[in-house]
Design a protein around this ligand. Structure first.
Ligand code: ZN
Ligand code: ZN
Ligand code: ZN
Ligand code: ZN
Ligand code: ZN
Length: 365
C-alpha cells in the first residue's frame, strides 16, 4: 500500500522522539519494540443530482431574455454532465413564450392608498393642551361655564409658559389669574402638525396622490414567459470505515496527511485496496441516490482517504506507547501516550493513597 513506511524508519522516528524528550536517545533495535499497523480508510461517495423544472415567470417592464438559452422540451435540453463535483444553476426560456403587455395600472402609477389620491390627509385643527390636558384649563368652572364652549376659530397658538407658571387671565370667562398659561382657558391649542388648516401633506405620495405601482415597479408594463431551471446539487454518502481510528490519536488524525484519491464514477477502485476495504466501498456505490421528483443522478465520484498508523510498544514494562503516521508537510509525526496499563496503575495508586488517607483519619479520631 502507498504511504507505507519501513519498520526501520518507524523505529528511527520513535528513537528520535525519545531523544528529544531527554530519554536515552540511542537507536531502538527490533527486539526493543513491537510494531503493529492500522490501515484506515475513510471517504464518501459524492453525487451530482440534477433537477429540471419549469414555471410561469414574470418581470417588470421589458425584460431582456436574450442571454438565456432557449428550449423546446426542458427534459431534452442538452447539458453535458459535470467532470468534477460542482453545483450549478442554468435559467432558460421556453421558445416563443415571452410576451410583453400592459400592467393594468396608470402608466406605472396607482392611486395613493394613504390619502386616497388627494395628496393630503385630514388632521384635527386643534389638539388638547399639553400643559393642562384640557382638564384644568380654568379654575373658575362656574363662570367659565357661562361662556360659549369650545375653542375659537382658529384655535389659539400655544403660549410658551410652563405648567408651573402662574395662571393668566382666562380668554373664556375673563377671570384674572384663573386660566392655564398655555391654552389661556380654552383647554385646546392650535394643532402643530397642520397649523389649524385641518389638512397635512401626504408623505407616502409626496402630495402627488399616486405612488409607483408595485406589480410593474413603476414600468407600466410586464413581461411574462415560461422559464426553465436546471440545477445541480451535490449529495454525499459517507463510506462506512472498515476499521475505526485508534482512540488515542482519533483527533490528531484530522490533521494528518491522508492519501487522497478522487475517482470518477465507473473508474475501477485502486488495486491496493484490501478486500475488507473493497467490501465497505462497493455497497455504497451500488446504493441508489436519494432523489426527489424531477431529479436524476448526473454523475458521481468516490473520494477515498487512506492512511497507515503504526503503534509501537516498548518491550518490557514501559509506561508509554507511540503512534506514528504521516503528518503535515509529508513528515512522520510521533505521538506518545500513556499505556492503558500505566493509566490503570496510576488510578490504582490514587485509590491506594486515598485509602491510606481515610485510614489515617479514622485512626486520628
Ligand atoms: Zn398620498
Ligand atoms: Zn392638525
Ligand atoms: Zn375661564
Ligand atoms: Zn391648558
Ligand atoms: Zn403597474
Amino acid at each position: 500500500m502507498a504511504g507505507e513506511f519501513s519498520d526501520e524508519r518507524i523505529r528511527g522516528e520513535i528513537s528520535a522522539y525519545l531523544g528529544h524528550r531527554g530519554r536515552t536517545g540511542k537507536q531502538l533495535r527490533p527486539e526493543d519494540i513491537t510494531l503493529s499497523r492500522w490501515h484506515l480508510l475513510e471517504g464518501e461517495v459524492i453525487r451530482c443530482i440534477e433537477s429540471r423544472t419549469e414555471d410561469l415567470e414574470r418581470g417588470h417592464g421589458d425584460v431582456d431574455l436574450a442571454d438565456r438559452p432557449v428550449y423546446d422540451d426542458i427534459n431534452r435540453y442538452p447539458l453535458a454532465a459535470p467532470k468534477v463535483p460542482v453545483t450549478k444553476s442554468v435559467k432558460l426560456v421556453k421558445r416563443g413564450t415571452a410576451h410583453r403587455g400592459a400592467c393594468g395600472c396608470d402608466n406605472g402609477r396607482v392611486r395613493c392608498a394613504h390619502c386616497e389620491g388627494k395628496g393630503h390627509r385630514a388632521c384635527e385643527p386643534a389638539e388638547v393642551c399639553s400643559a393642562c390636558e384640557g382638564v384644568r384649563a380654568c379654575t373658575q368652572y362656574l363662570r367659565h361655564g357661562g361662556k360659549p364652549p369650545g375653542p375659537p376659530a382658529p384655535p389659539p397658538k400655544p403660549g410658551t409658559a410652563t405648567p408651573q407658571a402662574s395662571r393668566v387671565t382666562c380668554e373664556g370667562c375673563g377671570t384674572a389669574e384663573s386660566a392655564c398659561p398655555r391654552c389661556r382657558g380654552w383647554g385646546r391649542t392650535r394643532c402643530s402638525s397642520c397649523k389649524a388648516t385641518g389638512r397635512v401633506a401626504c408623505k407616502d405620495c409626496g402630495e402627488r396622490g399616486t405612488t409607483a405601482c408595485d406589480t410593474c415597479a413603476g414600468q407600466g408594463s410586464m413581461t411574462t414567459w415560461t422559464g426553465g431551471l436546471i440545477t445541480w446539487r451535490l449529495d454525499s454518502d459517507p463510506l462506512p470505515a472498515p476499521q475505526q481510528r485508534p482512540r488515542a490519536v482519533r483527533s490528531e488524525l484530522d490533521t494528518a496527511d491522508w492519501q487522497v484519491t478522487l475517482l470518477a464514477g465507473g473508474e475501477p477502485l485502486p488495486d491496493d485496496l484490501s478486500p475488507q476495504m473493497r467490501a465497505a466501498v462497493e455497497p455504497v456505490l451500488r446504493r441508489p441516490a436519494k432523489l426527489r421528483a424531477h431529479e436524476r443522478e448526473r454523475a458521481y465520484w468516490v473520494d477515498l482517504r487512506r492512511i497507515t498508523v503504526v503503534k509501537g510498544e516498548l518491550t518490557g514494562s514501559y509506561r508509554r506507547e507511540f503512534y506514528v503516521f504521516p503528518g503535515p508537510g509529508g513528515r512522520l509525526r510521533v505521538v506518545g501516550r500513556l499505556t492503558r496499563a500505566a493509566k490503570g496503575k496510576a488510578a490504582a495508586t490514587a485509590v491506594a493513597v486515598l485509602a491510606v488517607v481515610v485510614l489515617a483519619l479514622l485512626l486520628v479520631r
